[in-house]
Design a protein. Sequence first.
Length: 639
Amino acid sequence: MVETPDKIRALGVCYYPEHWPRALWAKDAVLMAQTGLQWVRIGEFAWSRIEPKPGEFDWAWMDEAIQTLGCAGLKVIIGTPTATPPRWMLDKHPDMLGVDASGNLRKFGSRRHYCFSHLGYRHECARIVQKLGERYGKNPHVAAWQTDNEYGCHDTVLSYSRSALRGFRDWLAQRYQSPEALNKAWGNVFWSMEYGEFDEIDLPNLTVTQPNPAHVLDFMRYSSEQVVAFNRVQTDILRQFTDKPLIHNYMGRTVEFDHFAVGADLDIASWDSYPLGFLEDRSDEGENWKQRFMRQGDPDFQAFHHDLYRRVGSGRWWVMEQQPGPVNWAPFNPAPLLGMVRLWTWEAFAHGAETVCYFRWRQAPYAQEQMHAGLLRPDSEPAPALGEAAQVARELAELPETACGRADVALVFDYQSAWGWSIQPQGKSFDYFALVFDFYRALRRLGLSIDILSPDDANLGDYKLVLMPGLMSLSAGLKKAMAAFGGTILSGPRTGAKVGTMQIPPALPPDISGLDCRVEYVESLRPGAEVSLAGGGAFIHWAEKLETSLKPLELTSGGAPALVGDGDRFYLAGWPDQIALNRMLKNLCNQENVATLDLPDHIRVRNSGPVRFVFNYGAEPVSFEGTEIPPAGVHWHRR
Ligand code: GAL
């Protein structure tokens, strides 16, 4: 047995024993431990091997795999296999498949082929999770559990099935109690959309033109709650059998369900970080940026999700899957610059991750992901990332434990706003994630460490600066928290623009007490069109016309108020480009005595308790504060 130090920070790997001959398992386990890995996740797609026929279980292979891995000193995470129901499940539940917005069935033959609203399938999940809990809940080698795999992956939150329709009608009846109340809340007098009974209400797809935004928003809320309920079935069962942490692995730039709500039922949040895949697949940046960072990933994308999922996990979070080399699923799949796997791992630890697991141990020679790298090649020889993982494991042993610490600046992230603005963007380029991410990037350029808050956080704490761009509705609780908060708050654009039923507030947005300012009208701006600002930079995508008695701190070049404020409450009347954001945020930081830097795009810093980390996302060496940092380099020192 190979001894590894049991520190909070640890490395791990995702492993699929069912993909490999048993003769390899023990060798694999020993090499994992020798590399310095402490965790190994198994099982999350293995339903057809655990229960080959309905009610017939084959535990022998899984017992042996867990035993083999455990005896090598590894701690096992069992993933429940509910993201991949086997083919026979469809014979039991022919109507369990998801249905897309065009009404097409999402068929068997890949994964995530289930509808969250299907109660029969939920029951099957309860059954398999119960069996797993009974068998492995007290197994000494099993030290954590993962529910399902990547809720929402492949656009699976919204399903327009018969089950969803039934569930949605019930949900509406509970929420509104009477059709009259629903008609009023949705404004159904418009276009004669009034309903006489809940059973007349359909799902909001396949309408002639736009459905009522309130109808769609409620369907998104309902769908998000099905994810929460689906997950809770599993956590309620697992808790009867184990006191080990329960985890889910979320994704990057995925907003279709409320992660804070799912996270409330779990002990640790984790996410799957594929920096190069995400740059190709999910970044709004242009060609130059993508070329420049094609082997490193966007310098802010990983950090944003680290900070987001730290909050989703109430402080405890992991990277469950870390990209180790080229992936197979993005439009282009380059290899990471040598050193980046190490950098990504350290960046996660700098943001407070407890564990980083690489995906996957050995590249599979068959099926959908045969072109996806692992720590080993398909012939079991080391792939480049294996050495980088081993290096991090050695370095972990040297680095003193660091606490993640609390940042001076916080940014509110709200899933409902993402839904609201996707339903009613008002301009093609208005995207909530993109807006919040622009603010995040600007803060990182200023060298700041950032915490992310949920809009339900009743206490804004002792942050110096809290930013709330695009926060669609201000709940009574948040208004109270804002009133009690002693630091600076920057709201806008589009903050407080709707009440919860997606209507314009009677007193007009932003409806923030103490701020005498109303949005008279808004305009969305086509690409290339902008509203320039007198102080430099411009509003892009979005600008608002304010009626206000407040003193403007920034004006458009045409002399209209662009940023207004009263003491420590500010409202921003547009979506600033990076030049304008940089200036405005720097001024607010100065006012609050928060020190800032001016970092180039490829240098990022993160304070982690007493230690300060510096990351070079560039392909060239840089000299930073007197230290030479190589390409893909990580530097840390005591603050
Ligand atoms: C993740 C998923 C894994 C694997 C990986 C490939 O989204 O959880 O199962 O498919 O992507 O990059």
